[in-house]
Every structure is written in C-alpha cells, then in structure tokens.
Design a protein around this ligand. Sequence first.
Ligand code: UFG
Length: 325
Amino acid sequence: MSILVTGGAGYIGSHTVKELVNQGKDVIVLDNLQKGHKKAIDYVNFIKGDISDENLVSKVIKEYHIDRVIHFAADSLVGESMIDPSKYYNNNVIKTIKLLDTMIQNHVKKIVFSSTAATYGEPKEVPIKEDFETNPTNVYGKTKLMIESILKDYDMAYGLKYISLRYFNAAGAYESGEIGEDHNPETHLIPIIMQVLLGKRDKIYIYGDDYDTVDGTCIRDYIHVTDLSNAHILALKALENGSDSSIYNLGCGEGYSVKEVMHTVEKVTGLKVNREMAQRRAGDPAKLIASSQKIKKELGWNPKYSLYDIIKTAWKWHKNHPNGY
Ligand code: UFG
C-alpha cells in the first residue's frame, strides 16, 4: 500500500517526501506544479495533476493502491488571499472537498492535513494551545479552518480519520542542502534576508518596530522543515495504528523577534544584513508562539533544530541555489 502526497513538490511537501522515502515508504506525489518544483522530487513517482480531478485521483488511488494521504496542496500567501479570496476559497476549500469525496468513494479514510497558526488570528495570550479560540484574520487562515471543520463532519458521517497539523513559521532547509525553500514571489522573512545577503535585493524592510515586544518587532516561533516532516510521519503512523482524529500545533515553543532573527543570521553567516525600518504589514499579529505539548505528549514528537540550525541550513541551500531550483 502507498501514500499519496498532494502538493509533494512544494516546500514542506518535498521535505516530507524525502523523509518518507528515507524510511522506505512507497510514495506517490500528485502536484499541479503551479508552485511546486519537479526537481525537488525527481527521484520519486510523480503525477502532474490537480487534486480536484476526480478521474485522475481515482485512477491514482486504484493503480498505486493508495490507503492514506498527506495533503499539502494549497495556496498559502496571506496577502494574496486578501486580494483574491475567490482563488483561495476555490483552490483550498472546494478542491479539498473534491479530494476528500474521491478518497471516500475509493474507501481511503486516513489523511494528514496541512493547517496553520493563521487559524488562531491574534491570540489573547501565548503560548497558543489547540483549544484556544480560532479567529483567523485573513482568508488563507479561514480556508484552513473551514477545511478542519469539513474534516470533522466527514469523520462523523463517513469515518474519515484525520490529523490536522497547525504549523507556526516553517523555515530552514534539508541538511544536505539538496532541497529548500523556493517561493515566487518570496514573502517570508528568512529567505528574504538570504536574498539580501546574496545581493538579489538591496535591503530588507522591517515591518514595524512599535509592537509591544522586547525590541518592538514581531515575535514568531520558527520551526525547522525537517521537524515538521517528522511530525507528519508520526501523525500518519498514529492514524495507521487506529488513532482518533486530532489537531496539533507544531512550533518550538520559543519566540524570536525579527531583529533577533537578523542578529542570528549575522552570527551564522558573518555578513551584515542591510535593513530599513518600514510601516507595519497589515494583519501581522505581534506575537505567535506555539504550545506543542499535545503532540509531544501524544505522539512523542520532539523538534531537534534550533533557530541557529534553521538559519545554517537555509543559508547552505540559498548559497548553493541563489536562483532557486
Ligand atoms: N517580515 C519583515 N520583513 C519582511 C518579511 C517579513 O519584517 O520582508 C516580518 C513579518 O512582519 C513578521 C515576520 O517577519 O513579523 C515573519 O514573517 P513571515 O512572512 O516570514 O511569516 P508570517 O509570520 O507572516 O507567516 C507565517 C506563515 C503563514 C501563516 C502565518 C500566520 O508563513 O503561512 O504565519 O500568521 F499563515
């Protein structure tokens, strides 16, 4: 029996595929390559196509004896989701419903779902626990929360078992430097800093230094992509062992400000980050820090990479691939 990984050519998807294959699992990647990179997964069974293509997904499930799914495929830019909500409701929500329906029709009833800290919105306190109020402040977060609600209903009605993983700030690259983060456009802090160091941008703008934090800049919980991959594998194992559906946060439980991230980059690389202060970016919460106690306790997850390691691996990837894949 094999595992279907949707969006497996994307950033977190490709890192998870690598770990699955390392562990000797049979993996099929389904990706429409709108954002993903074929080069990231050129060693594995790959089908170019869309999760909403019911005929294709049914055929893949039958042909490769799929009995479980890890579902990464989604649009994930917060800013874009506010400008073009239709794209997000269609590509994330409607297409996921189609995928789930095709799974159910083919008796595939185990799924690990890629969710986000954006489901919480601006938290009242940190660290954030899974039972905190969900109040997303952007369309991207809303689509992920809607899908979680759909998963719950599908569990009750059709016995679909799911584990939803709410990532905080995914960062870093595979330790060997073979695969890493390559988004177009790039909006995330660490890869943008790397582009400045590589001379691809003049400078980075710090979005606001008047937040109620240690140094006025926003605080985030950065989690290494390989630690995220391992959480997906543990979640899949739990479902294989008959676990009930569940939702887990994935973060280190430690927050770093934008300025602290920059200092760490300068320490790791020995280079100066050219920066300029700018206005706040709309919709940025001041402080997001995860409590990941639930997944640690229930699934034995244990993140291994520090912010230092995250930046070291990201730097290795970006230095060796200044233009991405
Ligand atoms: N930042 C800058 N300058 C930049 C880019 C980012 O100062 O050029 C700051 C942001 O304002 C923020 C921090 O760096 O304070 C991190 O920003 P990212 O864009 O890297 O990440 P976000 O925290 O905005 O986004 C992450 C995930 C999203 C998720 C969101 C939930 O990447 O998928 O958290 O809030 F939706």
